[in-house]
Design a protein around this ligand. Structure first.
Ligand code: ATP
Ligand code: MG
Length: 407
């Protein structure tokens, strides 16, 4: 039998949408946004051309295709990404390319742990959108199988859940062949669900909360409260490092660093000790709301999880959110800490979050924080404080830190 010529690099990447396909009439808007996000998030690697195909997209990178593919795994709205080869839609053109694509995928799969030279299960899966192609899909599957898999050692055809699938998508304009599927980040394109402001501490939870809302299409900015001189520069740098970690998923972002010590001193001096933490948090909500309104942001996002600590009982969360002028989204509210940690590792924020640095909430920490806070008491205590002057001064002292995309 003839030898198979070496496979050239894949000329394109085939992208499959996730939930996008459910969006009915809005689909076009979502897809144009996804297209813009793809262009933006890959722009630091290499120029790409994007072509829309039926319910998929093709990306043609000028170079560095593998790196572009890995970057696309961080673009929300994509279910999977496959390097793809293109042949004229005729059996004679498809057969030799199918074998080359299959052998290439098999070789790289054998390089993954625990595979080596053992038997690998595989199948061919043809879809024929262009019925002018003369051979029915299931018949062509077998023909390709006989050709592409002929004389290959240690493989076995399995139709149900094989390890490798050689996909052949036959369209009028060409046949697309692929065998690797890189998982995408799923979700919805960034920017398709408005804008959020995440209250970002240096902890494990809030970066994960930001990421979850980004995944649902919310463009994210960050606000962090910093109590200089009680809390040092490393705590602030840690939060900025987290915002930078997240720029892997969102090409650029803004962080508002708010000076918070005057608010904490006023609460220490003018309100009962046990209410300090809840009152700090209410001040944070007010300041964040004011910044959000001034910058056209639709909602606040926090990393709160029900019952995780004293400030996160249902009563205290109610007292805290009541100070916000905007909806407060808490994507982790029903999460266990272990679930959050798993996700923090997956998205790449865990190591930064694990650096031991104090948060401003530890400043003047009460011995016995209130567990079941009362909203009427909160407002009564605040009547004795210059709340709006404190909010205005904090907003006036904000420092802005912008990040550009990480490659
Ligand atoms: P995290 O791990 O995100 O710090 P946590 O479980 O430690 O969360 P808390 O410290 O009670 O919880 O904070 C609850 C939420 O309040 C945080 O998830 C975050 O959204 C917000 N928050 C707390 N401290 C700050 C801060 N210094 N700056 C900005 N937001 C903060
Ligand atoms: Mg915290």
């Amino acid at each position: 039998m003839s030898t198979t010529p070496p496979l050239p690099p894949a000329p394109a990447l085939l992208l499959r949408y996730g939930e996008l396909t459910l969006k009915g009439l809005n689909q076009d808007q979502f897809i144009s946004r996804l297209r813009r996000n793809i262009l933006r998030q890959t722009s630091t690697i290499a120029p790409v051309r994007v072509e829309r195909l039926y319910n998929r997209m093709l990306v043609f990178p000028e170079q560095r295709t593998e790196q572009i593919a890995r970057k696309l795994q961080h673009v929300f709205g994509l279910k999977s990404i496959s390097p793809v080869w293109i042949a004229p839609p005729t059996p004679e053109a498809i057969l030799p390319l199918a074998r080359a694509v299959f052998l290439d995928a098999l070789e790289s799969y054998r390089g993954t742990p625990d595979v080596g030279s053992r038997v690998v299960t595989c199948r061919v899966e043809t879809t024929r959108a262009d019925k002018r192609f003369p051979i029915p899909s299931n018949v062509f599957d077998r023909q390709v199988g006989e050709h592409a898999l002929a004389n290959v050692a240690n493989i076995q055809v399995r139709l149900d859940d094989p390890e490798l699938t050689l996909g052949i998508d036959i369209r009028a304009e060409g046949a697309y062949l692929f065998a690797r599927r890189l998982p995408g980040a799923a979700g919805l394109p960034l920017g398709s669900s408005g804008r959020g402001l995440c209250l970002l501490s240096g902890g494990i939870d809030s970066p994960v909360a930001a990421w979850m809302m980004m995944k649902r299409g919310m463009w994210m900015s960050f606000v962090t409260f910093h109590s200089y001189p009680y809390i040092g520069e490393p705590s602030k740098q840690k939060v900025l490092a987290l915002a930078r970690n997240l720029s892997k998923w969102q090409p650029n972002s803004r962080t508002y660093v708010v000076p918070f010590s005057a608010c904490q001193e006023a609460i220490r001096d003018g309100a009962p000790e046990s209410y300090r933490t809840v009152l700090y948090r209410r001040m944070m909500q007010r300041i964040a709301s004011k910044l959000a309104r001034a910058h056209d942001i639709d909602a606040l996002v926090t990393g709160e999880s029900l019952g995780q600590v004293a400030s996160q009982t249902i009563e205290n969360m109610t007292c805290i959110a009541a100070a916000s002028e905007l909806p407060v989204l808490r994507p982790l509210v029903g999460y266990d800490k272990d679930d959050t940690i798993l996700l923090a590792r997956k998205i790449g924020t865990f190591d930064t979050s694990s650096r031991q640095e104090p948060d401003c909430c530890t400043v003047f920490m009460p011995e016995k924080p209130v567990i079941h806070g009362d909203l009427e008491l909160c407002t009564k205590f605040e009547d004795a404080l210059p709340v709006s002057a404190l909010v205005d001064a904090a907003c006036a002292g904000v420092e802005l830190v912008d990040f550009e995309a990480e490659v």
